[in-house]
Design a protein around this ligand. Sequence first.
Ligand code: ZN
Length: 306
Amino acid sequence: MSDLPKRVSLREVGPRDGLQNEDPIPTPAKIELIDALSATGLRRIEAVSFVHPKAIPQMADADDVWASVRRADDVRYSALVPNLRGLERALAAGFSELEVVISASDTHNRENINRPTADSLADLPELTARAHDAGATLQLIVSTAWGCPYEGEVPEERVVWVAGQGAAAGVDSLAYGDTTGMATPTRVTRLVGETRSACPDLPLGLHFHNTRGTGLANVYAALQLGVDDFDAAVAGLGGCPYAPGASGNIATEEVVSMLEDMGVQTGVDLERLLNVAEMAERFVGHTAPSQVLRAGPRSRTVSPAS
Ligand code: ZN
């Protein structure tokens, strides 16, 4: 275990990725959720996305949410944008950490933003320049990195090619999203290795879904390669839009519970985070898929019956 990272940086994506895949909840609840997350020790929170309200009604109140969040000095808040228009909105709202998502799979990119992958990539240099002009950073999130709900397998060379286009455009960092929960540890090891060979200078974060139960196994595989940057959503918020009833994002409290016990620091107070997970579950109005939320921290004991 000695070669695992000593600490990891977690990005909480529940308020954006999580809630985007749930029935809409009231604006004040979103604000309360982000404020509560800001007090757990999490240092990065993806707060909102600036997408067209008709496309994703769950994020129509992004400006209102962001205007009312109590921004903690020690937390970096980020916004996801689909294109230049969204990027301008995010900059106008005062975000200095932006993420643009592009699918490695053409069909998925067309379904999401009505364009083939190459067209989205062609805009990247302009988006990056605009973000940098405004003093902001831009991360390229490559979705469907381990598989596409429409096309099935996505060739690794294709994913690495998209990442390389990001590097050429000057993005500040890269993240791979396992949109469909199709990653397994050996696939993670292979894609991370190939990406590092192709883009050795680009920081890489990973975004796993637990759709098929491999989320934490994938985190562990990546840790062994020294990856120290992961996304997760409190309570495991956000189902899988392609598999109704299936779970989506890995739960932040499950990641924290596992890593802290392995001696990998997250900076997160698990008890506090579990309180927020309960709150999140209440807000979405259904049982969340997080197993640590059900079972409690591993320090929890019960009284013997007699
Ligand atoms: Zn996700």
